[in-house]
Design a protein around this ligand. Structure first.
Ligand SMILES: Cc1cc2nc3c(=O)[nH]c(=O)nc-3n(C[C@H](O)[C@H](O)[C@H](O)COP(=O)(O)O)c2cc1C
Ligand code: SF4
Length: 477
């Protein structure tokens, strides 16, 4: 493990910025972004407990809009009408007015210069890691394997003996899946076709995604990004670990089937002027998972199907997540794949800066070779001008996604464009923000969340009252 220094930044003059590819327009199917600057989805834990847009959500995206990125993607938003805590939802028409207010705010505060997308997500159920006694008394379905290993026929005795067994014994006696349910917490998988709600996903999801996209369009957004990345349902269908035998798993073509059917349903449900893109993984970074060879085939298939953009991410899976504490749920950004998703300065020799660009570049090359012009978005440790402009100039990507740098300083795009790069507050890539996300706490940045100016009017604070929820204003505008 090496601790990397932030690379020296070279910022453009206003004239250089004006001539830069970074600040040139980009067609995304039916819409045009005014620049190739892109804020990828980030969940800030600010929605109401029942999934509505709150005042804090509006302030949050309004603050990003101040920096006028070419594209701003609103956080992963659930397509179903089911309780899911303070995560945004688009699973019912009652969510539309709040989303409309959000879209209006972003349009106003960016002066119409930011195209606003929303990321649509479906996720399967996941439970917290259970207490040992409870798991063996209630949750585990007993089989003859357990009865034999515990040398008892009375199920109560089998349960008691399992509850008293040490970890080595449990690893031997339980199946890999049972051990995982015990030690990490139960979660549904797309391979669980014995469960009706999992078996029916291919029948249910196209309609759910399509209806949610329609609501997002009705709310005045410019498009949607279908979340086919990280630890969630659609990424699991694309995963090489998907072995469903119902025509939706196994071969690459079968794994692609549902993602393409979802796209077809969404495209048919929304108007011609509405962009539909996707975020998917260039590499899952898990044992037995999809690699760049799979992602290249997916990218080409998505481009041919008519997706308006392809945003490439990496890792972020449950499969290698760190073991959670009892009472907590596994978090997909804790293991090696999670580290690849949000790389930090504590890294290998390659370091975090532009670490995942080669994946976007390989996908883009294949898409172009297939004759499609679909734009490709790269992200991961991109936080300075020379790196961003170089990626575009070399044709490695068509747009530059910067999540954490935009959180550290949402005005950084405007500061760059105006030749005032020296005023940029640079992300230090140590993942304090990700730690808050992991604890489901309101996400803020360590570079500004204790920065209180006594002359500033009252600003919203975190639930514990200690942190400001919004980046300080750019004083010298
Ligand atoms: C707090 C936080 C929340 C995130 N939430 C999402 C999300 O909802 N959807 C998504 O696709 N990626 C999410 N990400 C990943 C980012 O979009 C991005 O891919 C990642 O941080 C790497 O880019 P960066 O180095 O520019 O930050 C999140 C990242 C952070 C830090
Ligand atoms: S908390 Fe750290 S990693 Fe996150 S945006 Fe701020 S400086 Fe960057």
């Amino acid at each position: 493990m090496i601790r990397h220094e932030l690379p020296a930044a070279s910022w453009p003059t206003a004239a250089e910025a004006e001539a830069a590819m970074l600040f040139s327009p980009l067609r995304l199917g039916p819409i045009t972004a005014q620049s190739r600057t892109w804020v990828p989805a980030m969940v800030p834990w600010r929605a109401t407990e029942d999934g509505f847009v709150s005042r804090d959500v509006i302030d949050w995206y309004g603050r990003f809009a101040d920096g006028c990125p070419g594209v701003l993607v609103v956080e992963a938003t659930g397509i179903r009408d089911v309780p899911s805590g303070p995560l945004l939802r688009a699973g019912h028409d009652r969510f539309v007015p709040g989303l409309r207010q959000l879209a209006d705010t972003v349009r106003e505060r960016s002066g119409g210069r930011t195209r606003l997308l929303l990321q649509l997500i479906d996720f399967l159920s996941i439970r917290r890691r259970p207490e040992k006694a409870k798991f063996f008394a209630r949750f585990l379905t007993l089989t003859d394997r357990h009865r034999e290993a515990m040398a008892a026929t009375d199920d109560e005795v089998v349960r008691q003996r399992l509850a008293a067994a040490d970890d080595d014994t449990l690893r031997r006696v339980l199946t890999a899946r049972e051990y995982r349910d015990y030690a990490w917490g139960y979660r549904d998988e797309v391979n669980d076709v014995h469960l009706q709600h999992v078996r029916e996903l291919p029948q249910v999801l196209p309609g759910l995604f399509a209806a949610a996209a329609q609501r997002v369009e009705a709310a005045g957004f410019d498009g949607v990004e279908l979340h086919y990345a990280h630890a969630y349902t659609m990424a699991s269908f694309l995963s090489k670990t998907n072995v469903r035998d119902d025509g939706y798993g196994g071969s690459r073509a079968a794994r692609l089937r549902l993602p393409l059917e979802v796209f077809t349903a969404v495209r048919a449900a929304v108007g011609d002027g509405f962009a539909v893109g996707t975020r998917f993984l260039g590499d899952e970074v898990i044992e037995g998972g999809s690699r760049i060879e799979d992602a290249i085939e997916y990218g080409v298939a998505f481009a041919r199907a008519g997706f308006d953009f392809l945003s490439v991410s990496k890792g972020g899976k449950f499969d290698d997540a760190r073991q959670p504490k009892v009472g907590e749920a596994a978090y997909p950004y804790t293991g090696p794949s999670g580290h690849e998703c949000m790389p930090t300065v504590r890294s290998d020799e390659r370091g975090p800066f532009g670490r995942n660009v080669h994946l976007a570049a390989a996908i883009r090359r294949a898409v172009r070779a297939a004759g499609a012009a679909t734009p490709v978005v790269a992200a991961g440790g991109i936080g300075e001008f020379a790196l961003a402009e170089g990626i575009l100039q070399r044709g490695e990507a068509d747009a530059i996604g910067a999540a954490r740098q935009s959180l550290a300083d949402p005005d950084w795009w405007e500061k760059m464009r105006l030749g005032r790069g020296a005023e940029i507050r640079r992300c230090i890539y140590t993942n304090y923000c990700e730690g808050l996300d992991q604890k489901h706490k309101q996400v803020t940045c360590q570079l500004w969340d204790r920065d209180f100016d006594p002359d500033e009017p009252e600003i919203p604070r975190s639930h514990d009252g200690k942190r400001r929820l919004l980046p300080p204003p750019w004083q010298t505008r």
